[in-house]
Design a binder for this molecule. Structure first.
Ligand code: A3D
Length: 320
């Protein structure tokens, strides 16, 4: 069987990390694409030379030509600009919308059968716009945010309870922004609800609130510390888990920015929801029951996404 092909549109900090992870895992041959000339070619050469040491078989190439992504099974999009200190994800909207137009057309013309995972911010609006520009079916275009936000939540919970991260199942819903909804009622430590574990361990409710707040601001905390760019290791590894779910038909339930029509009272927009990912792409959205407070928080988050979609439509008449 021929090797799978993975194209990475955007070869910056996340793109390079994605390439390294995909090669180490021998997920397939890898094409690094970027508008910056020489940079994807240079990264591809550098990464190829990891092969003899790490012992992976993967052909890694760099390109500035969309023709080279033809036949890709998976495409992961990070093209655009990341946040600098003081910028919100939404500040990136105007610049990255234009990038999504170019990327969407590149995919439409060269790799229309791929499963596309978008990481570019502001995520929920960019994945929607990318889908519109590419014209691919909704089940073949998804956004990565929830896996990362849940991982951040899980990390903080594991630290607080002094337990293994492997036992934490943390749940985050909604848009990828400061209004995201970490859902404590569905978060468990090896099956034990977090609120029960807090009682057992003597952790105050106010402390759980602080963890929820830190999760919401998790990306900004890293932007501030780095001083010039945003997180890339965990975002890359999160997207790789989604690509593996697709390539391996794993039917994993992963929190993803998926197209929701009908469920959660939503009508045709991308937002973070538990999603079954398998060979059919995003095969199903799981609708969980929410408390009144959780539902109200989700509404606030969805409204923030809707505002961004309206802003996109104002900036590009082809989206209206
Ligand atoms: P960075 O290292 O700047 O890489 C972005 C790359 O995109 C650069 O190499 C650019 O040259 C390239 N690029 C710009 N315009 C185009 C274009 N038209 N076509 C192809 N390539 C282009 O950024 P990064 O890798 O750190 O972050 C990439 C994106 O991911 C940013 O928008 C971040 O905000 C976003 N991000 C999202 C999350 C989520 O959880 C959703 C987390 C972290 C970062």
């Amino acid at each position: 069987m021929a090797r799978k092909k993975i194209a990475l549109i955007g070869s910056g900090m996340i793109g390079g990390t994605l390439a390294h992870l995909a090669a180490k895992k021998e997920m397939g041959d890898i094409v690094l694409f970027d508008i910056a000339e020489g940079m994807p070619q240079g990264k591809a050469l550098d990464l190829s030379q990891c092969g003899p040491i790490e012992g992976f078989d993967a052909k890694i190439t760099g390109t500035n030509d969309y023709a080279d992504i033809a036949g890709s099974d998976v495409i992961i999009v990070t093209a655009g600009v990341p946040r600098k200190p003081g910028m919100s994800r939404d500040d990136l909207l105007g610049i990255n919308l234009k990038v999504m137009k170019a990327v969407g057309e590149g995919i439409k013309n060269n790799a229309p059968d791929a499963f596309v995972i978008c990481i570019t911010n502001p995520l929920d609006a960019m994945v929607w716009a990318l889908r519109e520009f590419s014209g691919l079916p909704h089940n073949k275009v998804v956004g990565m945010a929830g896996v990362l936000d849940s991982a951040r939540f899980a990390t903080f919970l594991a630290w607080e309870f002094d337990c293994s991260v492997k036992d934490v199942n943390a749940f985050v819903l909604g848009g990828h922004g400061d209004t995201m909804v970490p859902v404590l009622s569905y978060s468990t430590i090896n099956g034990i609800p977090v609120k029960d574990m807090a009682k057992i361990k003597g952790v105050a409710t106010s402390r759980l609130d602080e963890i929820v707040a830190r999760t919401r601001a998790g990306g900004g905390e890293i932007v501030k510390l780095l001083g010039n760019g945003s997180a890339y290791y965990a975002p890359a590894t999160s997207a790789i888990s989604m690509a593996e779910a697709y390539l391996g038909d794993q039917k994993r339930i992963l929190p993803s920015a998926s197209y929701v029509e009908g469920k959660y009272g939503l009508d045709g927009l991308y937002v973070g929801v538990p999603t079954v990912i398998g060979a059919g792409g995003t095969e199903d959205v799981i609708e969980i029951e929410l408390s009144d407070e959780e539902r109200a928080n989700l509404t606030v988050s969805v409204d923030a996404v809707k505002e961004l979609l309206e802003a996109c439509k104002g900036l590009d008449s082809s989206l209206a």
